[in-house]
Design a protein around this ligand. Structure first.
Ligand SMILES: Nc1ncnc2c1ncn2[C@@H]1O[C@H](COP(=O)(O)OP(=O)(O)OP(=O)(O)O)[C@@H](O)[C@H]1O
Length: 268
């Protein structure tokens, strides 16, 4: 494993004010397949500090989403330990919310009702209706509370998905390519919005993305994974304050490093 910058993550790029600490210790994972087993993760050791934004980059199929699923508590790791603030993660929990590439909104529910889902499921909606309004305000969709999903653009729909996550006041946001289906201009705008949300709402974030620039623009630390079974190949500390300037020469330097660790030639 290669650490490109030695400065601690918090030195220049401030962490968000709250959030969970996640400890991933010696995690390996295998899937049963018809003709045997497939090892997907190999001895992953990674810590997410409270309020830290960590991005995972890696070749397609190396095991990034699998690692997110284990951290979210959607399935147990074959070996190793994953803990949130010292407590083993054994099941999904509203303190850890996953946001996927597809916003998966219910088409027959209004924006407000979609965002309210988590509170409603936990029987909290009657007493905590204002949290829905707060979450919609955070993503700038107050005026669209009564709209329906078919009336939204892709970016707006994904903002609803983020509001639906934030209404639960998560300690960890697990982001699996959340901007992957957006057009490039919307994606750039949403990256800035995500930084704003993270800084204002205060959660730790673990992001999977295929986009090297996105990882470097958003994260305090970028973890580069190897081919399957994924091991940590490199850790890049993005020692730049927020909001970041996309043209910063340090980002170009880190991009070059990330691409090199991904086995790509970054001469262009
Ligand atoms: N439930 C499962 N059962 C069996 N194999 C699985 C299962 N889930 C994932 N895999 C396999 O594990 C490997 C890693 O999948 P995963 O989705 O974690 O990779 P990824 O790095 O997120 O991929 P991508 O970047 O293409 O989204 C793949 O070969 C996939 O086919």
């Amino acid at each position: 494993m290669v650490s490109v910058a030695s400065a601690p993550a918090a030195a220049d790029a401030k962490l968000s004010p709250g959030g969970a600490r996640i400890d991933i210790e010696g995690v390996s994972h295998w899937f049963k397949q018809q003709d045997g087993v497939l090892q997907v993760l190999d001895s992953i050791d990674l810590q997410v500090q409270p309020g830290e934004f960590v991005a995972l980059l890696g070749p397609s199929g190396c095991g990034k989403s699998t690692l997110l699923r284990l951290v979210a508590g959607l399935e147990p790791a074959t070996t190793g330990r994953i803990a949130q603030d010292g407590e083993p993660i054994t099941r999904p929990d509203p303190s850890r919310i996953v946001v996927f590439q597809d916003p998966t909104l219910y088409p027959w529910r209004s924006v407000w009702d979609n965002v309210a889902l988590g509170l409603q499921a936990r029987g909290l909606l009657k007493t905590q209706r204002s949290r829905v309004d707060d979450a919609l305000a955070l993503v700038g969709l107050t005026d669209f509370a009564k709209s329906f999903p078919h009336q939204l653009s892709g970016g707006m729909a994904q903002r609803v998905a983020l509001a639906r996550a934030l209404v639960n006041d998560p300690q960890l946001l697990v982001l699996d390519e959340p901007l992957g289906k957006l057009d490039s201009l919307t994606r750039i705008a949403m990256q800035s919005e995500l930084v704003n949300l993270w800084q204002r709402a205060g959660f730790s974030a673990l992001l999977v993305t295929h986009d090297v620039e996105e990882a470097l623009f958003l994260a305090n630390r970028v973890i580069v994974l190897s081919d399957r079974p994924a091991r940590i190949a490199a850790e890049l500390v993005v020692d730049l304050p927020y909001p970041r300037h996309r043209g910063h020469p340090r980002l170009a330097q880190l991009r070059h490093e990330a691409l090199r660790h991904l086995g790509l030639d970054a001469t262009w």
